[in-house]
Design a protein around this ligand. Structure first.
Ligand code: 4AD
Ligand code: MG
Length: 480
């Protein structure tokens, strides 16, 4: 057996009492031909490996370069130096893999920019920033499963390839095995998808919700957590073409139940990361503080990252209706001084992210749940309110991010749903299976979708969504 190593995180939690251990990892720095800072990704903290002068061959020492991989066995003793509590006095050192320092692209001394690191995303995990971000991302993902599992939800894997457009927004990536030249066509010139792999037109899913509703109307409570795809040409710091979404769907829930669950859920996963990833979050808080020093005073956050997270945990989200939001925005000084790029034209308009951010960052200064939007700007499946104008929708807006959750109570009344589908030109034949849930034992039900990367951004304080997913897919970019 090769691997009897101890992870550095676990080792650093022990007391140095002369115990013999083996560690493996990648060299961060090598000083004075004597001190190796070795990192294995379990924590940003390195173990200091001490090589006694003359104890190792010159040839071997030359091969200890940045990012070379080592296996080190030795004894753990209290450190004589400052900055670490223990040293690993090396008895044997094995180079597992050399790293040519001349061409290794990450020179820590030069503080590589996030933009540069994005171009070498295959290596950026080896920096402290990305080490912390992706450990926190993991913790949040784990907390998602723990939250729902503890509540008795069933984790449902909804399909990646679908024949429907759940959101009706037309932002679909087509899935086809038809040839691009000599594409089979019907008499009218349109593509004949009956000749395609699935015998029909298919696409990558934009949401697992519709299938999730099928699960909820049998299990009661389900959630999905999977990749979703949107071919929207939005080159922003908050949009990806491939992102992960968590979509719980609950039978016997109305809009208020839905909001309560979403708020509890968000707080739970933040708290989980704060309890379990303190060190990483402290590092990220410091990083953000430094990044913000470059900004003009009025662009800096009022609170530090940890303070902000604490604040979110300890305060209720503000709950207002769309109609109230429009009034606030219309009356705002921002609007009166024409500071919005899109002026507040009145009731019925779709909110832009500048409006959402005004509400959370300037007006309420905390997360806001906006509800009861005009039906014209929301999807077909949302439950129609008695006023005939609005639907039982809710969006959660977070400071610095904007929309982080979108959800609604679903239209459970067969006739209302069918009427709305007809109005919105959604073909009934395509969704016969969805309509069946309203035919056979329909129930009030609700659900929401949390954009996982936006949540990771919120918790880690990373300003660009491309820096919280391992290999971002955005317009014009699908490297790695
Ligand atoms: O608001 P959306 O489009 O809602 C749905 O898809 C519903 N079917 C969810 C449900 O009720 N089950 O998307 C939900 C969330 C957004 O609030 C946002 O956080 C995230 O998904 N999101 C994106 N994240 C990154 N890149 C994109 N292009 C995103 N589009 C939406
Ligand atoms: Mg939305």
């Amino acid at each position: 057996m090769f691997n009897k190593r101890i992870k550095i995180k676990e080792l650093l939690a022990q007391e140095p009492t002369g115990q013999e251990v083996t560690v493996m990892g990648w060299v961060r720095t090598f000083r004075n031909n004597q001190f190796v800072a070795l990192n294995d990704g379990s924590t940003n903290n390195n173990i200091q490996v001490v090589i006694a002068l003359g104890s190792q061959e010159e040839e071997l020492l030359k091969r200890i370069t940045t990012s070379a991989s080592l296996k080190v066995t030795g004894t753990v003793v209290p450190s004589l130096g400052k900055g670490q509590k223990m040293d690993l006095n090396a008895a044997t050192i094995e180079i597992l893999g050399d790293s040519d320092a001349e061409i290794y692209p990450i020179q820590l001394k030069n503080r590589p920019s996030l933009e540069f690191l994005r171009e070498i995303a295959h290596l950026r995990f080896r920096t402290n920033t990305f080490g912390s971000v992706f450990r926190v991302r993991h913790a949040l993902a784990f907390a998602v499963h723990k939250f729902f599992n503890d509540k008795g939800f069933v984790y449902m894997h909804t399909p990646i390839i679908t024949g429907s457009d759940a959101e009706g927004a037309g932002e679909l990536f087509k899935v086809t095995s038809l040839p691009f030249d000599e594409t089979p066509r019907k008499d009218d010139g349109s593509v004949d998808f009956s000749k395609d792999f699935f015998g029909k037109a298919t696409n990558l899913t934009v949401s697992g919700q519709l299938e999730g509703e099928l699960g909820a109307t049998a299990f009661g409570d389900i959630y999905t957590f999977g990749p979703t795809f949107r071919a929207e040409n939005s080159n922003t710091t908050r949009h990806l073409a491939e992102f992960w979404m968590i979509e719980p769907e609950m039978a016997f829930y109305d809009l208020e139940d839905n909001m309560n669950l979403a708020e509890e859920f968000i707080k739970y996963i933040i708290k989980y990361a704060m309890d379990n990833n303190k060190e990483d979050l402290e590092f990220l808080a410091q990083r953000l503080g430094e990044e913000e020093k470059q900004l003009p005073q009025d662009k800096r956050s009022e609170m530090g990252l940890l303070e902000k997270l604490e604040f979110v945990l300890n305060n209720n989200f503000e709950r207002i209706t769309y109609t109230e939001a429009i009034d606030i925005l219309r009356e705002s000084n921002y609007n009166k001084k024409k500071k919005f790029q899109y002026p507040i034209s009145g009731w019925g308009m779709d909110l832009q992210s500048e409006h959402e951010r005004y509400l959370v960052e300037k007006h309420f200064k905390k997360p806001v749940i906006l509800s009861n939007y005009p039906k014209e700007i929301k999807a077909f499946y949302m439950r129609q309110n008695d006023d005939g104008k609005t639907v039982a929708a809710m969006d959660i807006l977070a400071p610095g991010i904007g929309e982080i959750v979108g959800g609604s109570q679903r239209e459970e009344r067969f006739d209302n749903l069918l009427d709305r589908m007809k109005e919105m030109h959604i073909p009934e034949e395509e969704l016969w299976w969805y309509l069946d849930t309203r035919r056979f034992g329909t129930v009030p039900h609700a659900g929401f979708g949390l954009g996982f990367e936006r949540m990771v951004q919120f918790v880690t304080g990373m300003t660009n969504i491309r820096d919280v997913i391992a290999f971002p897919r955005t317009p014009g970019s699908a490297e790695f």
